[in-house]
Ligand binder design. Sequence first.
Ligand code: SAM
Length: 300
Amino acid sequence: MNESRQQLLFPELHNIVDTHRPVNVASIPQRSPFRYPGGKTWFVPTFREWIGSLHSNPEILIEPFAGGGIISLTALFENLVSYVIMVEIDEDIAAVWQSVVNGDSEWLAERILSFDLTRETLIKEISRKECDIKEKAFQTILKNRTFHGGILADGAGMLKYGENGKGISSRWYPRTLAKRFVDIRSIAEKLTYRRDDGLDVIREYSDREDVVFFIDPPYTAGGKKAGRRLYRHCTLDHNRLFTLCESIKGNFLMTYDNAEEVKAMAKKHGFQYRLVPMKNTHHAKMEELVIGKDLIWMDN
Ligand SMILES: C[S@@+](CC[C@H](N)C(=O)[O-])C[C@H]1O[C@@H](n2cnc3c(N)ncnc32)[C@H](O)[C@@H]1O
């Protein structure tokens, strides 16, 4: 029996564990200035494969829950799509992407290079209330790089020891960060950012056949409830998201924690799923779910 016939008759057989080894993230170009909780650098190879499996490169990629935006940035740097729309509801992150789109990447690069990081200057800088968007963007990058796990949600705290006892400086690499902003300037004109509800933007573009979506929602259902600690905006109507995905005329790929209730939702909405191995921030091997309309390309 050929594979696609087998898939039709026994779809369950195809929702199998992928035995590939976890991706070595060090081999993937780091384009994002964020050190983002739940960041998808490890997913870049799978994303490239997905775009390669489509009939032609899509016109527009929409990332409705963009966070640190590594997938959007990679798609533009590697010419995998012509245009990207990033959507993110968090106002701190919004300030960074809005500044990039406003043409303030170089200003941010210079601000990063000239900042003398000490505990005192950090506290003074992030307590400033009166600031414009680009200054707020700088505050966000500072917090993201000096707080535990890059977490911006309320309750997050500054690194005490960090890597090698270097405390708040252990993740502050001014030259690297500045270079990322300078590089991003070269793709900024192909990028739109919207501070919006990702679900509304999916609905708005669901009729477009030339649009693909990479969907990485905050996940608070099921067992782990990690999203609640990591993101300020973590409640989402997952059923509505799955229903909206059914109406997508183009294509989409979703990633989720590997939880039974998510698999059940995927089945209920007629989607396929696969497991992709990854290493979490503590280097433990884990698997994440990938959900889509047709994932046969993942089986080779
Ligand atoms: C799992 S993270 C995305 C991580 C991202 N893929 C990356 O590589 O950095 C989910 C993001 O969705 C954002 N978010 C939560 N609810 C949202 C909503 N309704 N619309 C848009 N963004 C939302 C959160 O602030 C969080 O940044």
